[in-house]
Design a binder for this molecule. Structure first.
Ligand SMILES: NC(=O)c1ccc[n+]([C@@H]2O[C@H](COP(=O)([O-])OP(=O)(O)OC[C@H]3O[C@@H](n4cnc5c(N)ncnc54)[C@H](O)[C@@H]3O)[C@@H](O)[C@H]2O)c1
Length: 322
């Protein structure tokens, strides 16, 4: 069987994470790379054994699937280009910025010939797979969730709202997707936000109500330090709390006596612990088997819809209903 030829657009941090994983996948070949900084193209081409392309058009001519790994504001244009060329697309989060752009990209992706997968790696992380497995046998009533960052300084563009679309697009969107994955579809939300460290809203408090009656509080700060755990989901069930701590651990406490069990993922390599390895394998599985990807363009669209709804709720002071 022919190997799937991959082209990587944007060879910074995450482009290289995926590149290294795929260079060990026997079903793939990294055939082309392109970065707007030529030196980065060259370095990645050498380390991944790929053709160094001088334009996106040249990259498209030399691959079957495109990994969109450039900063947020570029995703729509690059992904639309790849879909128009009939390629399979793996698009890093955020899917895109703004509801109109998200709708345009979703519709194009759904009408496209290839597989379109969005880079919500956390869905594949063992800690969140474990939480989902436990919640299959117990009904979650409510949750208390946080997703923080220590800074918006690294990479430099993460503090530029014109590139990121806003802090919620850069960071929080990961767990906005996760709450849908774990708890179902959202019916309504209320939100508050304020601005402190950066020239954009950088602190958020949201309350979500789901169609199935589940509800949760959700806090997200861009300048909370990297205090462990920067992300946590505390889920409350019938006489039970299940708590995740980043991708490292899950605590499960049951019954009316004090007790808990801990599952640790600490010893797993980061690429697997964070779900990158599994999402990359899943993308190729979908291409080879012709199956729907685990994280679709519709999921991407819904994550953008949630981000936009939170910004809109803060601006208007109104409750948003879906
Ligand atoms: N899923 C995750 O856990 C995760 C982690 C990190 C980053 N990301 C996402 O991946 C994307 C890239 O982030 P990063 O941390 O790798 O950033 P980075 O700055 O390290 O790398 C981005 C690269 O893209 C290049 N680039 C910029 N515009 C381009 C264009 N139009 N065409 C080609 N190349 C271009 C830059 O020169 C740079 O080398 C962002 O959207 C980010 O949100 C996702």
């Amino acid at each position: 069987m022919n190997k799937v030829r991959l082209g990587i657009v944007g060879t910074g941090y995450i482009g290289n994470v995926h590149g290294k994983i795929y260079s060990r996948d026997e079903r793939t070949e990294i055939s082309a790379v392109f970065d707007i900084i030529p030196a980065r193209t060259e370095t990645a081409a050498k380390s991944l054994g790929a053709k160094a392309c001088t334009s996106r058009d040249e990259l498209m001519e030399n691959c079957d699937a495109v990994l969109v790994c450039a900063p947020n504001k570029t995703h729509k244009e690059i992904a639309l280009h790849a879909v128009a060329e009939g390629k399979h697309v793996f698009c890093e989060k955020p899917f895109t910025i703004g509801a109109d752009h998200a709708k345009e990209l979703r519709d194009a992706a759904n009408a496209g010939k290839g597989v379109f997968q969005v880079g919500f790696n956390r869905r594949f992380a063992p800690v969140y797979q474990k939480l989902r497995e436990l919640l299959k046998s117990d009904k979650a009533h409510s949750a208390h969730i946080k997703m923080n960052r220590g800074e918006l300084l690294n990479p430099e563009w993460t503090g530029d709202v014109n590139v990121t679309g806003g802090f919620l697009y850069e960071t929080t969107i990961h767990l906005f997707d996760m709450v849908r994955f774990q708890f179902g579809e959202i019916e309504e939300l209320t939100a508050y936000g304020s601005q402190h460290e950066y020239p954009e809203l950088d602190e958020f408090s949201v309350i979500f109500k789901f169609r199935n009656g589940f509800h949760c509080t959700f806090a997200s700060s861009s300048d909370a330090s990297w205090h462990f755990p920067f992300e946590r989901i505390e889920t409350f069930c019938h006489h039970r709390t299940i708590m995740t701590e980043e991708m490292e651990r899950l605590h499960d406490s049951r019954g009316t006596d004090p007790n808990f069990e801990t599952v640790s993922f600490q010893m797993i390599e980061k690429e697997e612990k964070w779900g990158y390895f599994q999402e990359d394998r899943a993308f190729i599985d979908s291409i080879i088997n012709g199956t729907e990807p685990t994280v679709t363009a519709d999921d991407g669209f819904k994550s953008v819809e949630l981000v936009e709804a939170v910004y809109s709720a803060i601006k208007s002071g109104e409750r948003i209903r879906f």
